[in-house]
Design a protein around this ligand. Sequence first.
Ligand code: SF4
Length: 510
Amino acid sequence: MLAATSAPRLDPKRRNVLDSRKRQFAKPAFAEQTYPHRLNFYNVPPTGDISLEEFEEWGIARLKVLGELEACHFRNRSPAETEEYMKPVIDKHLRLSSNMSRSSDMEMERKRDHYSHWTLRLAFSGTKDLRERFARLETQLFKLRLQRDDTRERKEFIESLPMAWEVVGEDEKRMYMDELKAATRCGRDDEEAWFKVDWEKVPELVERRQVLLKRGSAFVHVREQMSIVTNEFARNLETGLELAARFLPRMDEDNRLAPILHHLSQSFVAPDAGYSEASSIGDISTPTAASINGLSQHFPLCMQNLHKTLRANNHLKHFGRLQYTLFLKGIGLSLQECIIFWRKSFKNITDEKFKSEYQYNIRHAYGDVGGDANRRGRGYTPYSCQKLLTEAPPSGGQTHGCPYRTYSPDNLIGLLQSVGVSDRTLLRDVRDDVSNGKTRYHIACNRVFEHAHKAQLKKVKDEDLWPASELDTILHPNTYFKRSFLLKNLGKVQSGDIGVDGPTQIKTDD
Ligand code: SF4
């Protein structure tokens, strides 16, 4: 009613404009897309419906793949090693079946791939650094997939691309044959194929003098096609990311998507990894308060640092206690043993003080007290690397967080040496990971892990004892612990001394 009495009169020209907009929205173009090819240039944004959970879950899965690709790069894996390492990772998180497979999941896999790319495109368009990293990793992923694609399907995909190239016809080939052979270093005349592109599309080939230039066109040999397609993919994506960056402020107003996008962009510091109960050793042995000293040799640096500080000061500040309690809970330490552990560790306080000031918080972390919601959820979950790497850094006297991030490079090296890391090359690489604005904290941590378990890792790989998924990048302190524990006890686990006839009491050195 209010609208009827107060509606302003529109001049006819403006009415036309509004009408055309109305027409545009009258038939929204939101529709499911089809995916005739396994590969995608992601030129067209997705227009179907997905739930918020799918939006986030698919983005996280893609992030795991990109994170592993980046880790391969930082660990100087060769292209062949990267391809071998990435195959099970891609198959697990971002599988793309070929048309030949006739898999019933094929359309869904391609949809997930398409949507997750666009989700991350939005999440990582905010800063130049994020855009560059995202474009580099996506291009690497595209290249890996392009190389692995079935030859026929790859050809069909390439032919479907809106790329301005033209196959060199027989007449032109005959006319320039000698020059073509000389410029592109090819042998036989009749079986070779070339195509023409604008020379600006292939600057690397022009620079390497591997093309014939004629009137602004570059004559390129067909074997270079994959690198041209990959370069075009990178260029398209870089432009797309610039556009997304301009669009991003509008996304901030969407209070459903903005927190998810923020969480995903945080995940580029270290991909998120949830705690899995499989990280506990409760099923193969029984950790006790007395065995924590012995077990601490398997702790990652964040927890070793807390353990050392606790032993040195007989005390830890609140956030350090919480971080450490949750970690101990995650390795399988029971509530009763955890209380005993803290009581014995706080040597300078009375029983009353311990009970009134500390015990409640330990029980709360385990979900033993604190209301139904906390108990149902069995308390708090052990913190992941991502949480420890992105929370507020510790201030005076606090020790929580990840030392790879919170310590200066010099102090970090000192801390590593104090826990027995002495290899000079390793220390140099770790310093490089965290110096001059580099933030490869979890990569540095994985480096230290791999060095400390070099022989055991070689054995499980050579003898195919563990699935590849058990050897991916560590993203959770509890995963670090469990993997270290199993690797260092590999012989005992294999011979049944640990974990065959039920939980075993771990020897203590207290
Ligand atoms: Fe701990 Fe993760 Fe940091 Fe390693 S990277 S020290 S496991 S928080």
